[in-house]
Design a binder for this molecule. Structure first.
Ligand SMILES: Nc1ncnc2c1ncn2[C@@H]1O[C@H](COP(=O)(O)OP(=O)(O)OP(=O)(O)O)[C@@H](O)[C@H]1O
Ligand SMILES: [Mg+2]
Length: 315
C-alpha cells in the first residue's frame, strides 16, 4: 500500500535571535496509508515539529516530506485540502456554540449543509458532547473544548488526520470516547498521525509507531515488530528493599525512584516474585508492554525529564 507520509532525511533547525535549536535531525520514516501511526517521545523530542511540517505549517530546513504524494515545500495547496489538523495548543472559536462550530468547520471544508449536520450530530454523540451541543464554546470546560477540537477533525472527510496530543487533559472516559472515534476513522481507511504521551494509548490505537528522542528517530516499525524486540517477556516490579545486584541474577534491572524493574524470562520472573513475596516486598508481575520496550531503548521512562538520571545509571 502507498505511504500517506514519507519523510527523507528531514531536519529542522529553529533559528532565532541569539541562537538556534535543532528540533529534528535526519529523520526518515514512512506512514502507511490507512493506518494509525503513533509518534511518541518525551517533551521537546520533536513530535509537534514533525507534525507541523507534514501539515504544511512549517518548512523543513533540509530533507523532504511527501504527503499523499505531494511535496510539503512546493505543493502545500494540494495537501491542505486533504488533511485535517488538531494542533497541540488550540482554542476553538468562541462565538459559536458547539454544534455550529463543527458544522461551520465542515462547511468551510466544502461539505454540503445536510452532510455537515449529519456528521456533526454523529460526532457529538460519539464524543459524548450532546449535552453541550447548544452551549457557547467559550463556556465549555478545558477538556470539553479539547474534545470539540477533536470532534471537528474526526467529523471531516479528510484522508489524513493529524492529532497532536488529542487526549491530553481529558478524563479517562472522554479519552476512551476519543479513542473510539479514532478507531472509527481508521475503519474508514483514513490515515491518522497521532502524538501522545500515553504509551498505553499509543499501543492501543497505533498499528505503527515511531519514537523520537532529542530530534533523532530512535526506532520505528509495526507494533508487533517493536514488541518483538523484547527478549525478556516479563516485567517484575519490586520496591527498593531488594538490592540491584541480587536482582540482576534474575534478569535485566532498571530502576527509578523507589522501584526496580526486572525484565526476565518466565521462570526467573516467577522465582523472583516468590522471593519478593517471601520477604514481604511489594511487587507486581506482568507481561512487558510497549512502554517497557521504549524504556529499554532509551533507558528511562518517557515522562521523565531530560536531566533525570538514566535508569541504567540508577540501577
Ligand atoms: N518556534 C520555535 N522556536 C524555537 N524553538 C522551538 C520552536 N518550537 C519548538 N522549538 C524547540 O524544538 C524542540 C522540539 O519541539 P517540539 O515542540 O517539536 O517537541 P514535542 O516533541 O512536540 O514536545 P512536547 O511533548 O512537549 O509537545 C524543542 O527543543 C523546542 O524547544
Ligand atoms: Mg508537542
Amino acid at each position: 500500500m502507498a505511504d500517506a507520509v514519507s519523510s527523507r532525511h528531514l531536519s529542522k533547525t529553529y533559528a532565532y535571535r541569539g541562537g538556534s535549536t535543532v528540533a529534528l535531525e535526519d529523520v526518515s520514516f514512512d506512514i502507511p496509508a490507512g493506518e494509525t501511526f503513533g509518534l511518541i517521545g518525551r517533551n521537546g523530542a520533536g513530535k509537534t515539529t514533525f507534525l507541523r511540517i507534514a501539515a504544511t505549517q512549517l518548512l523543513p530546513t533540509a530533507g523532504t516530506v511527501t504527503v499523499l504524494g505531494y511535496d510539503v515545500a512546493h505543493e502545500e495547496r494540494q495537501i491542505r485540502s486533504r488533511i485535517a489538523v488538531v494542533p497541540q495548543e488550540s482554542r476553538p472559536l468562541y462565538f459559536a456554540n458547539t454544534e455550529e462550530l463543527i458544522v461551520w468547520y465542515l462547511r468551510l471544508r466544502g461539505m454540503d449543509r445536510r452532510e455537515s449536520r449529519r456528521r456533526a450530530n454523529g460526532v457529538l454523540e460519539e464524543l459524548g458532547l450532546e449535552d453541550v451541543r447548544r452551549r457557547l464554546v467559550s463556556r465549555l470546560s478545558g477538556g470539553q473544548r479539547r474534545r470539540v477540537m477533536a470532534a471537528m477533525v474526526l467529523a471531516s472527510d479528510a484522508d489524513l488526520l493529524f492529532l497532536d496530543e488529542p487526549t491530553t487533559g481529558l478524563d479517562p472516559f472522554a479519552r476512551r470516547e476519543v479513542w473510539g472515534a479514532i478507531q472509527r476513522a481508521n475503519r474508514e481507511r483514513r490515515t491518522v498521525l497521532l502524538t501522545t504521551h500515553y504509551l498505553d494509548e499509543a499501543e492501543a490505537l497505533s498499528s505503527h509507531l515511531a519514537l523520537l528522542e532529542g530530534g533523532h528517530l530512535v526506532v520505528s516499525g509495526t507494533r508487533e515488530a517493536l514488541r518483538a524486540r523484547i527478549q525478556l517477556p516479563y516485567r517484575v516490579t519490586v520496591d527498593g528493599t531488594t538490592g540491584a545486584e541480587e536482582l540482576s541474577r534474575y534478569g535485566t534491572v532498571s530502576g527509578f525512584g523507589d522501584l526496580r524493574l526486572v525484565f526476565a524470562r518466565e521462570r526467573e520472573a516467577r522465582e523472583l516474585a516468590q522471593l519478593a513475596l517471601a520477604r514481604g516486598a511489594r511487587l507486581s508481575l506482568a507481561p512487558v508492554s510497549l512502554e517497557d520496550v521504549f524504556l529499554q531503548l532509551v533507558g528511562r521512562p518517557l515522562d521523565e525529564g531530560p536531566e533525570a538520571e538514566s535508569a541504567e545509571g540508577a540501577a
